[in-house]
Ligand binder design. Structure first.
Ligand code: ZN
Length: 122
């Protein structure tokens, strides 16, 4: 892959990394605030039920966001490592070049489309 192309992917990935790290910090701060605000009030059963239902929902949403962001961050870091050691854009499974269009859509892709489809059982 030509150096300019790699440099532009590196820029995008670095920005994505910064964004994800910020997002994860915000999620952590949010979780902290949430657990501190949990107090045992004298709510009626119904109020309590509604509150805990909402809290559970939000917590689950945060957790899945958290997992998602962490997962993507790990992949972004791996992609940056591959840029450093010159293997960026090469499928980690079969060693063929990953389609440029695929990398543009998903700069942290580590599998070519053929291997990805196999992995997902298509
Ligand atoms: Zn492959």
């Amino acid at each position: 892959m030509d150096k300019k192309k790699v440099a532009s992917f590196k820029k995008n990935l670095s920005e994505e990394k910064v964004r994800l790290e910020k997002e994860l910090r915000e999620i952590e701060v949010g979780n902290l605030n949430q657990s501190q605000s949990v107090t045992s009030g004298e709510n009626s059963y119904e109020d309590h039920f509604a509150d805990s239902g909402t809290a559970t929902f939000e917590r689950e949403r945060d957790l899945s966001l958290d997992r998602n962001a962490r997962d993507i961050l790990a992949r972004v870091r791996q992609a940056l490592d591959r840029i450093e050691n010159g293997t960026y854009g090469i499928c980690t499974h079969c060693g063929k070049e990953i389609d440029l269009a695929r990398l543009e859509a998903l700069p942290y892709a580590d599998l070519c489309i053929v291997c990805k489809k196999k992995e997902e059982g298509w």
